[in-house]
Ligand binder design. Structure first.
Ligand SMILES: [Zn+2]
Ligand SMILES: [Zn+2]
Ligand SMILES: [Zn+2]
Length: 254
């Protein structure tokens, strides 16, 4: 969206009229409420902060502060001051217009907080894609479970880590064990090496057809896997010799 057509800051009367139907009603209400809150708190630079809010609301993605700065630099380069934008974002969060998301292995992201609308997230650990979902049955079930514990829930976040449909389609049918993702359940399809190697690995339960689960992989190539209910630490040399396929999981075909 081109922010030059963003109309709100022109004057007060334009913000009252809905002569820009492309702007969502809830965003317009957010803007009016934010302005009211800033005034009641006697905040400084209210007009500038509203411009930052416009840029933030114009975007439905989850953004980092850096990405928000990029959006702002296209239309209001004079506002580019990281401390100011960070402080304004903190106000959005404090006053209930944005929320902070801290996903594993990701920079802090911010998204709109639309009142009364809750959603949860899928996070692709390969490409970083974030997808939102909402499921009434899941939400109701969580409340029932909390109730059965006599627990009074205030808020929750459901984050599901895995592979998005694109990354899943690009996945190799068979791969060396060291390339398997953390958390992945795999099956050994082949073991490269002589009889001695195979015997040594077989002693640890590593035979063709065995099911493994990857617990961790270090950059040096060492891996910890679960085999037959036991944790095994494998050196990079061993992990290279074992080829695996993705075990069928949640109805996914091998
Ligand atoms: Zn939820
Ligand atoms: Zn992906
Ligand atoms: Zn979201």
């Amino acid at each position: 969206m081109n922010l030059r057509f963003w109309p709100f800051y022109k004057n007060k009367s334009t913000s009252q009229k809905d002569d820009h139907p492309q702007i969502k009603v809830e965003h317009r209400l957010d803007r009016e409420q934010f302005q009211t809150v800033l005034r009641s708190f006697k905040a400084t630079r209210i007009a500038d902060r509203l411009l930052v809010l416009d840029a933030f609301l114009a975007n439905e993605r989850h953004v980092t502060i850096f990405q928000l700065e990029e959006i702002i630099s296209a239309t209001h380069p004079e506002l580019l001051d990281e401390a100011f934008i960070q402080e304004t974002m903190s106000m959005f969060c404090q006053f209930g217009f944005a929320q902070r998301l801290n996903f594993e292995n990701k920079e802090t992201l911010y998204e709109h907080l639309h009142l009364g609308k809750h959603h949860d997230h899928f996070i692709c650990t390969k490409c970083g894609l974030i997808q939102e979902f909402h499921d009434d049955i899941l939400e109701d079930r969580q409340l029932e479970i909390a109730d059965s514990f006599n627990f009074h829930p205030l808020q929750h976040k459901t984050e599901i880590y895995g592979l998005c449909s694109k990354c899943l389609a690009l996945r190799e049918p068979s791969l060396p064990l060291y390339m398997a993702a953390i958390g992945e359940k795999v099956k050994i399809t082949d073991i490269m090496g002589g009889k001695g190697v195979k015997r040594r690995l077989a002693d640890m339960g590593l035979i063709v057809g065995a099911d493994l689960e990857v617990i961790s992989s270090s950059p040096s190539g060492q891996q910890v896997v679960i085999v037959n209910g036991t944790r095994l630490a494998l050196g990079s040399g061993v992990a290279e010799k074992i080829r695996v396929s993705h075990a069928s999981h949640h109805g996914e075909k091998n």
